[in-house]
Ligand binder design. Sequence first.
Ligand code: WTA
Length: 651
Amino acid sequence: MGESYETLESFLQEQRLFPPSAAFKKDAVATAEIYEKGKDPEAFWESMASELHWFKPWDRVLEWNLPFAKWFINGKINASYNCVDRHIQGPFRDKTAIIWEGEPGEERTLTYSDLYQEVNRFANALKKLGVKKGDRVTIYMPMIPEIVVAMLSCARIGASHSVVFGGFSAEALRGRINDAEAKVLITADGGYRRGKVYPMKQATDEILKDTPTIESVIVVRRVGETLQMAMKEGRDYWYHDVVDAAEDYCEPEQMDAEDMLFLLHSSGTTGKPKGIVHTTGGYLTGVYATFKYIFDYKPEDIFWCTADIGWITGHSYIAYGPLLNGATQVMYEGAPDYPDRGRWWSIIEKHKVSILYTAPTAIRSFMRWGIQWLEKYNLSSLCLLGTVGEPINPEAWIWYYKYVGSERCPIVDTWWQTETGQIIITPLPGITTCKPGSATHPFPGTEAEVVDEQGSPVKPGGSGYLVLTKPWPAMLRTLYKDEKRYIETYWGRFPGKYLTGDGGKLDEDGYFWILGRVDDIIKVAGHRISTIEVESALVDHKAVAESAVIGIPHEIKGEAIAAFVILKEGYEGVPEMQKELAAHVRKEIGPVATPETTIFVGELPKTRSGKIMRRLLRDIATGRALGDISTLSEPGVIKELKQKYESEEKE
Ligand code: WTA
């Protein structure tokens, strides 16, 4: 923040309300009537759905058999048809769909008709390898255009994709492949990150012996010659070979609105990631409409969502939302600080990005790096800024507004989840007066509440649990192969209300403020990690007897991981052990889950019934006064922990 901080401070005190400017309002896509329309959700979503292409229209809009929703009953639709075919029949044939920038600096542009050709061919290639409607295909790739092609190709032939974030380890990939019982794995030889090549195919080879359902592996050549790896005859195929050999046209499958479009694993409150199931018609309708209105999308816009496709943000607002709208978007492969900390701003200048959608953690890094990196570039193409993934602190909001948007661009702070599929709580630019740090109001056609322990709505000014009270089209339908867990996790706490797992506050003006997770999920740099998943990885190590993992506040990442570990007899809590455990967690889950601090302790604070008291660990780690410790079985444990933690901190 450096020298700019003082001015920022005074700016913060000057204004707290940000109404849309007259200039923005004049041409805004969403006008005030949209909230009126949203008061009849079924009619509203029906009108949104009718802007898409359907082979056969629906008989009824919604069947709500709590907690099971079906949207657009008996409607037949295809996602890839809507993302590409629909556009090439009209004026968008030669419009750019994707401007891709590789980290080393290459650039590729794909028009909608390029995308059409590639998707048709690759869909045929998948068919030839035996992929059929209803099968699952796992995708584990870097951020290259072929990842979008792969997803759309699966959708074209009615196979469900299951994308696994490229930053997850091979071990994590294995679990997800096996849960999905995927038939084919699509990957790449490797990718680039901060100037270095990281191997992907080679990494997957270790686990492919333990993924019995995989019949074929398709490998995109991203890096080339420098990466040595083996291609197994009869199992492994090069992407370019199978695409070259494929026919030009593939008839899109007519999918039922409720057929599964994709499966995406996300961290839950137990060790095993949950397979979140999204279906076709409702999901497409939800992401189409939210993209259009929240990002104030106009045909000349250049949109850039900086998320990785491996997370829901990339699914909904790279792969589907923009393409359904016929938008032109930028896709970037690498890190924000390579070759220097101006990379993102250079991309915005070069491609004249008009809408930027990113995460608070990135904004906080840029704040720290200083505005000199932005000042080198012309950012005047920007019209609108968005944020997602974790609560944005008002300072970061103001900084984003002032320095990135030059006080000209509205900011949309969008709250949603892997489960919701689409943005739920958000301002609408051109309508909403923003308060930095508040995601403001539910999107038209959706409804949220903040409720107390009993499930009753809190009065304005109160805080409690954030719940959603009406079904919405892109909502998850169930958890893959685990309906019981779906019912319990989301619908078990308050009857008839979807539990988000977030704490919320409703202010006097009826604005929603998201207070972060109230369960065992943490957001590390916007990435969703379950503390229990990290604990399971730790106890999997031969030296670890027990562990407790918590999220602690972190200036840039929002939250970081702190692990309290009890070692088995004969092992020592030395720095080498910390390193070894960190490496172990990286191998089991991936670098995103690496503990920031590991503290070796003799005991963990537990209730008399044996439950670890994480709240106390959090209090210790954040230096807060210790709350009620009367239920603790061994109050002495706390003293030891506190001393340990504090001495660890000093080092
Ligand atoms: C958090 C990401 C505050 C929240 C799309 C939620 C946010 C979790 C916001 C879902 C926001 C997301 N303000 N918190 N604008 N957006 N979150 O599944 O805790 O990776 O429950 O989906 O991110 O994370 P997920």
